[in-house]
Design a protein around this ligand. Structure first.
Ligand SMILES: *Cc1c(COP(=O)(O)O)cnc(C)c1O
Length: 231
């Protein structure tokens, strides 16, 4: 069940307080960490709640689910795809999303770029990297990232904002922290080799956002801490 607006407001404040504490510990400005509300599996009302507390954007992991909710939601929100994207959904994704965080292949880049060109728009993307080398996670392998970035930078209708990762599930909090550190190091190496700024690091969720902020996250993707458990 979704929280009411008052409860949602207090959960949002609690998550913001966690981000602020992690920023204070790391000597960072909390304004440099965006809270992306992950509305997947919740009704369109979840996105309305996010808009009502002033959040800029929501994250969804399925293309069709986002298309349906977006049609029901009148709030001025940006919609971002954070889940694995199959190439046969690429065209629809380029139409429906303001940013696609889960680009992990040259083939997807080509499809998104072509569709963005057809729509006469620039589509923002992040490259998803499997920085934790988790066989259960999608994302390009770290070794593939330089070639993927080159291909992305050659796409005239895409704007590459940075990198995204999902840490492996683990009892050991150091696993997430090391994964996030690896993504930051990879971003730094790619930025200096390519000259692209790659300002965004999308990393951290409800359970591991402190480790992500400590390692330089600029976007934390938070679902359950805001909306409750998904059924
Ligand atoms: C579901 C999901 C999240 C949010 O996870 P919570 O643990 O509910 O905060 C973040 N990122 C991705 C890619 C997801 O699929």
């Amino acid at each position: 069940m979704l929280p009411d607006l008052e409860e949602f407001r207090s959960r949002t404040q609690a998550v913001r307080a966690r981000i602020a504490a992690a920023c204070a510990a790391a000597g960072r400005d909390p304004a440099g960490v965006e809270l992306l509300a992950v509305t997947k599996s919740h009704p369109a009302l979840a996105a309305e709640l996010a808009a009502q507390v002033g959040l800029r954007a929501v994250g969804e992991n399925r293309v069709q689910e986002a298309v349906d909710k977006r049609a029901q939601c009148s709030a001025p929100l940006a919609w971002e795809l954070i889940g694995h994207l199959q190439s046969n959904k690429g065209r629809l994704a380029a139409r429906c999303f303001d940013r696609v965080q889960s680009v992990d292949s040259a083939k997807l880049l080509e499809i998104l770029d072509r569709e963005a060109a057809a729509l006469g728009r620039t589509l923002a993307v992040l490259l998803q990297v499997n920085a934790g080398r988790d066989p259960a996670k999608s994302g390009a392998e770290p070794e593939e990232a330089p070639r993927l970035l080159d291909a992305a930078l050659a796409c005239r209708n895409l704007r590459v904002d940075g990198l995204m990762t999902v840490a492996p599930l683990s009892e050991d909090p150091d696993v997430a922290r090391r994964t996030f550190a690896r993504l930051r190091e990879l971003r730094d190496a790619l930025a200096s080799a390519s000259g692209a700024r790659l300002p965004e690091l999308s990393m951290g969720m409800s359970g591991d956002l402190e480790a992500a902020v400590a390692e330089g996250s600029t976007v934390v993707r938070v679902g359950s801490a805001l909306f409750g458990a998904r059924t």
